[in-house]
Design a protein around this ligand. Structure first.
Ligand code: NAP
Length: 352
């Protein structure tokens, strides 16, 4: 049990993901927000003054009163949650890691680097063992740990039980992604409303590459990507939160829908991961109702950390097809990073 809370900082604290961090960390049993940072435009001002608070719970007074810092190493916090734009994340996150902080990042910048753990704790917690190599090779006392892109987070967790049980060889996925995935103000309302935009820059590549890394095996100090092929189509739809994905899967052998549903229903996190505060009791829930999951109705299962799967049936093109839903700013961003930080503490990288 952690008696004294671990001080943490948030980079990009005024943004969409940053606000979700503030909300989730404000009541966290292990962590306490020690500093909030954003761009030079916001630095030096009170957080409550500069943030356009978009969460549905009130902004905690203690955080509203904090002075926003510039994103410089040395700001208070032994763990640094990063939700800044990818263009600046490389330099900033590396500077924090060099200075001894553990950076838990949402940004794409370091995800595919061979010494950076790209984690979904229920699926590949062992990949955290890349960290000593990263520290040794880069000469850092801190380190960088990444969570996947928001659409990949839902896909990987939703299909991991099937990959573990039967071995997936092919994935076809088409996404319907919420506008909050583009940050704030993000997609202009005149583009988003009453419309579907069949393009999200870089998203298809992320789904295709990150999925293989996360489902890969960790051997001899390196991640060997899973030998599966993913074909992704990504679309922006006029939904506030929640990424819905329709998926077809090909296996090396015949798998019946009944076997696959049993694998989904029987899936649990490894025992130590299940004990983390942010791990939901059921990381994957199967809903047998014919019109579920739905973005508005099923988004908050497991406090936004559960992926809901439904409509599992035979596929005439591959073997099986299904629909899955995940919360893009919780399981796909802030909640995932907080769970990664909990794993860092549990595995002894950050002292309690
Ligand atoms: P956002 O709403 O646009 O917020 C960007 C944040 O970065 C703001 O706090 C901004 O501060 C800060 N910032 C900008 N320039 C900076 C600088 N030079 N130094 C320090 N801070 C700076 O973006 P978001 O949607 O939260 O996304 C943040 C990151 O998470 C991105 O890399 C994104 O790709 C990734 N991500 C987002 C989602 C999602 O669902 N939204 C999911 C997964 C990953 P100011 O307010 O001062 O400008």
């Amino acid at each position: 049990m952690i008696v004294q809370k671990i001080p943490v900082s948030i980079l990009g604290a005024t943004g969409t993901v940053g606000q979700k961090f503030v909300r989730l960390l404000a009541a966290h049993p292990w962590f306490e927000i020690a500093s909030v940072a954003a761009s030079a435009q916001s630095a030096g001002k009170r957080y409550g003054e500069v943030v356009r608070w978009r969460e549905s719970t009130p902004l905690p007074e203690r955080i509203a009163a904090m002075t926003v810092q510039a994103a410089d190493p040395g700001i208070p916090g032994r763990i640094t949650f990063s939700a800044i734009e990818a263009e600046i994340a490389g330099q900033v996150e590396q500077a924090f890691a060099r200075a001894g902080a553990y950076v838990v990042t949402n940004t794409k910048t370091h995800r595919m680097e061979p010494d950076v753990p790209l984690l979904v704790p229920e699926v590949n917690p062992g990949h955290l063992d890349l960290l000593p190599r990263q520290q040794r090779e880069r000469g850092w006392s801190g380190g960088i740990v990444a969570n996947p892109n928001c659409s990949t987070a839902g896909l990987v967790l939703g299909v991991a039980p099937l990959h573990q049980a039967f071995g997936i060889e092919k994935i076809f996925v088409a996404t319907m992604q919420a506008v909050s995935g583009a940050g704030y103000p993000g997609v202009a309302s005149l583009d988003a409303l009453g419309n579907v935009i069949p393009y999200i820059g870089g998203e298809e590549e992320k789904l295709e590459q990150e999925t293989a890394k996360i489902l890969g095996s960790f051997t001899a100090g390196a991640v060997d990507p899973a030998g599966l092929v993913t074909s992704a189509h990504t679309n922006r739809v006029p939904v506030v939160d929640g990424h819905l994905e329709v998926v077809s899967l090909g296996f090396g052998r015949r798998v019946s829908p009944e076997e696959a549903i049993a694998a989904l229903e029987g899936f649990r996190a490894p025992v130590d991961v299940a004990a983390l505060p942010s791990t939901p009791a059921r990381p994957v829930e199967y809903d047998a109702r014919p019109d579920r999951p739905q973005s508005r109705l099923d988004l908050d299962r497991g406090a936004g950390m559960t992926v809901t799967v439904g409509r599992l049936r035979r596929c005439p093109l591959l073997d099986l097809r299904l629909v899955l839903l995940s919360h893009n700013t919780v399981r796909g961003a802030a909640g995932a990073a907080i769970q990664n930080a909990e794993l860092l503490v549990q595995r002894g990288y950050v002292a309690r």
